[in-house]
Design a protein around this ligand. Structure first.
Ligand SMILES: Cc1cc2nc3c(=O)[nH]c(=O)nc-3n(C[C@H](O)[C@H](O)[C@H](O)COP(=O)(O)OP(=O)(O)OC[C@H]3O[C@@H](n4cnc5c(N)ncnc54)[C@H](O)[C@@H]3O)c2cc1C
Length: 208
């Protein structure tokens, strides 16, 4: 994923728009003062952050053949000397969230990536579960392991969900891309609403 902000006179309606092409997703947010924040997300089998010194080179290659807005703003950002970050969207999944008196919470323990739209929510839930466990058990390693036991099943379900969502957001080839678009148009709104409600209900169930 690449993120940067750039001066732009392009007026977006609504304030946030996204475009998908096979294997590439661009999200554009309008800021005040005629600036745009741009996220570009693409598939890459290499889990390491890309680009080194030539990050704009990597991004231009990614946006080659993409919609013109993507190419236009990358060019503008490079001319402007905008600060560009490239990072892999990794589903963090260590075998344990704690060792001795050290405990991980939030993205460092179970990053759900931005595809889920629930990372911050689950971080708050996990923090609450952890605090309650510490309050109930003065022995820290037991409190950590108990809160992990409570959170793990929901996180595992949400991470499987994120893998499916990522595939839907970033279909690989042209056939997969058009199939996804047709299915999305045919899918009833309540099915989509049900799918998202189910994810949110995980947060509520674990917090209770
Ligand atoms: C583009 C995008 C969109 C998202 N949209 C949503 C959404 O709609 N809903 C949602 O619920 N979640 C969303 N998320 C996910 C959400 O932002 C994260 O899951 C959440 O912020 C995780 O919280 P955290 O406290 O674990 O980590 P962070 O919020 O990343 O906090 C970690 C902090 O540690 C600091 N830090 C790092 N290294 C060091 C160091 N060595 N020393 C000192 N400080 C350090 C960092 O600067 C940072 O401030 C989105 C994420 C992204 C990237």
């Amino acid at each position: 994923m690449a993120v940067y902000n750039v001066e732009s006179h392009i007026k977006l309606e609504p304030d946030c728009v996204s475009y998908t092409t096979p294997g590439n997703l661009g999200i554009f947010y309008c800021l005040s003062g005629q600036r745009l924040v741009v996220l570009n997300i693409w598939r890459d089998d290499n889990p390491e952050p890309q680009g080194g010194e030539d990050r704009f080179g990597v991004l231009k290659e990614v946006c080659k053949g993409s919609y013109s807005l993507a190419q236009q703003v990358v060019k503008r950002a490079e001319e402007e000397g905008s600060s560009l970050m490239i990072h892999s969207l990794t589903l963090v999944n260590p075998p344990r969230w704690s060792r001795g008196r050290i405990v991980l919470v939030g993205d460092s323990a179970f990053c759900l990536t931005f595809f889920s739209g629930q990372g911050a929510g689950m971080t708050l839930v996990a923090s609450e579960v952890l605090c309650k466990a510490i309050k109930a058990m003065p022995d820290l390693p037991s409190a950590f392991s108990n809160s992990e036991k409570q959170m793990r099943p929901a996180i595992t379900r949400l991470q499987s969900r994120v893998r499916a969502l990522a595939a839907a957001y970033l279909p690989t080839g042209t056939v997969a891309f058009h199939t996804r678009n047709i299915l999305l148009r045919l899918t009833l709104r309540w099915v989509v609403a049900y799918y998202h409600r189910k994810g949110i209900s995980e947060e509520i169930m674990v917090a209770q």
